[in-house]
Ligand binder design. Structure first.
Ligand SMILES: [Zn+2]
Ligand SMILES: [Zn+2]
Length: 166
């Protein structure tokens, strides 16, 4: 790999990787600047206002409160995360740039997004949508397994209750 290629690779990683600092990787000036802009924005009152606006837009459009797009769990302005499908409009995000995720699912999305090189071939929005879709399916399967084992458990309890009473 040539020096120039290395720089390009690092830059490409940096643009998709803002929540996680990777120790040991040299950071390009542009990446440091982007991270700085990102964390400044995330800590600002304007971002809290943008979240409120996003929330009310969602309620207007959907007619209900948002839930985590991956697991369907509760999402509130106090405790919910908004994942960036794109960082292009950081500071003046469009409604579609953001997606509601609970903290747990948001962490999962970033781990998957940052773990596999195949996601980097897609743009961030497409990759995010696909990953959330996959999580939703695996969530569904998990809850089916859980409810199946739950009903087995309650069956056992029922049998026990029957045998005890009988
Ligand atoms: Zn979730
Ligand atoms: Zn995110």
């Amino acid at each position: 790999m040539t020096q120039a290629n290395q720089v390009v690779t690092i830059f490409a990683k940096g643009s998709k990787n803002m929540r996680e600092s990777r120790l040991g990787l040299p950071w390009s000036t542009s990446r440091i600047r982007k991270r700085f802009e990102y964390s400044k924005w995330m800590e600002s009152q304007s971002w809290l206002d943008a979240r409120k606006l996003w929330f009310s837009t969602w309620v207007d459009l959907e007619g209900r409160d948002p839930t985590c797009l991956a697991c369907g769990g509760n999402w509130t302005l106090q405790h919910g995360d908004l994942h960036h499908r794109s960082y292009e409009r950081l500071g003046h995000e469009r409604f579609d740039d953001l997606m509601p995720l609970c903290r747990n699912c948001h962490d999962k999305v970033h781990k998957i997004l940052e773990s596999s090189p195949s996601w980097r071939k897609l743009n961030r929005g497409q990759a995010s949508d696909l990953i959330v879709g996959r999580l939703r399916i695996s969530q569904k399967n998990t809850s089916q397994v859980e409810s199946a084992s739950l009903s087995n458990a309650s069956l056992r309890v029922d049998n026990k209750a029957v045998s005890q009473s009988g």
